[in-house]
Design a protein around this ligand. Structure first.
Ligand code: ADP
Length: 331
């Protein structure tokens, strides 16, 4: 007996009854073949004895009783009732979570935004002091340091603003020529063309569907990280390629840089997390959190494989199909 809880999720409850072997006694073998005479007349041959003909029946259980059927129907109603109740509670929680996220985004956005003016003022005063010879060299040096830290703070605030801003943006799906996008990004990075120091290979890359601005952020962050964290390799070798799977396109950005410890692989995508071996290199710890947020917004997947001292490969996979709600705009 089977009850269907959800066809969509392929959830069923199935009961089995054991096989009951039965021996049935017949007056004769009902399957006994009919005799055909030479002139094509079918005749039933008479039995030669009165012995009962017995047959063993396999693969059959006792039939389900009415009580059993009714109990299963009641059980199904109970289960569906509980599932609906839980689904309602989860929906409510989801809605609360969404609101909390929105509030958090608005909060970070407002705070970072409001901090910009006082910070700009402090930076201005620090610069004035640094140029004021009457306060003495030592004080001027300190004023210079204040200016440097303020620049760093500004950089962090802008990163948080970018991150919070993402939560408010809707995706404007477009078909994007990934090869052109990535070539533009690499050109815009304005790198020194010195093949002894840096070799970037861009392989054939299939088009992708996504928000052009957000995709540009994803690849800019991943490529600039690959360059930044392989600075010490000579030469640094960056390889950008893609594979076309059944329903996803998988892009990979490979470098031969510092690498990441296995234990850290899952935390590098969290906000402000910077690894011990990257401390010497300038950064905010926001870039990969932005990448993660954009990829999740596009229902894509993101992960990294890495060996310390050998390098890392960052993977991003995007669905090939465009979500139905959005109009297709090919350009
Ligand atoms: P940032 O680069 O500004 O520090 P990210 O969020 O982009 O911030 O990266 C977080 C951390 O992940 C980095 O500080 C670094 O420790 C590590 N990381 C990211 N990309 C790489 C890479 N290609 N190779 C080695 N480490 C990396």
């Amino acid at each position: 007996m089977i009850i269907v809880l959800s066809k969509e999720h392929k959830e069923y409850l199935i009961w089995f009854k054991p096989e009951i072997l039965q021996t049935i006694n017949w007056a004769g073998n009902p399957e006994k073949p009919v005799l055909i005479s030479p002139d094509n007349v079918e005749t039933i041959s008479p039995r030669n004895s009165f012995e009962a003909w017995s047959q063993t029946v396999y693969g059959i259980s006792l039939p389900w009783t009415l009580e059993e059927i009714e109990s299963v129907q009641r059980l199904k109603e109970e289960i569906l009732y509980v599932i609906n109740l839980k689904a309602g509670a989860i929906k409510l929680l989801n809605e609360k979570l969404r609101q909390a996220y929105e509030e958090l985004d608005t909060f970070s956005y407002t705070v970072s935004h409001d901090l910009k003016n006082p910070i700009a003022a402090i930076k201005g005063y620090a610069e004035l002091l640094e140029r004021n010879n009457s306060i003495g060299q030592q004080a001027q040096k300190i004023a210079g340091r204040i200016g440097e830290r303020i620049t760093k703070m500004n950089f962090l605030i802008n990163a948080v603003l970018d991150y919070a801003h993402l939560g408010r943006l809707d995706i404007n799906y477009k078909r994007i020529n990934a090869k052109v996008l990535i070539e533009d990004i690499v050109n815009d990075l304005d790198l020194e063309h010195n093949p002894e120091k840096l070799i970037i290979t861009i392989n054939e890359l299939p088009d992708l569907y996504g928000d052009r601005v957000m995709m540009s952020q994803v690849f800019t962050n991943l490529i600039s990280n690959a360059i930044k964290y392989s600075r010490n390799a000579s030469p640094a070798i960056i390889n950008i390629s893609a594979t076309d799977n059944e329903n996803e396109i998988l892009y990979s950005i490979k470098d031969n840089g510092l690498g990441i410890l296995q234990k850290d692989l899952h935390i590098i995508f969290d906000l402000f997390n910077r690894m011990e071996n990257a401390r010497q290199i300038e950064g905010s710890g926001v870039g990969l959190a932005i990448v993660k947020r954009i990829v999740e917004k596009h229902n894509g997947r993101l992960w990294v494989e890495s060996i310390v001292g050998e390098g890392s490969v960052f993977y991003v996979a995007f669905k090939k199909e465009l979500p139905i709600m959005n109009a297709l705009d090919i350009n």
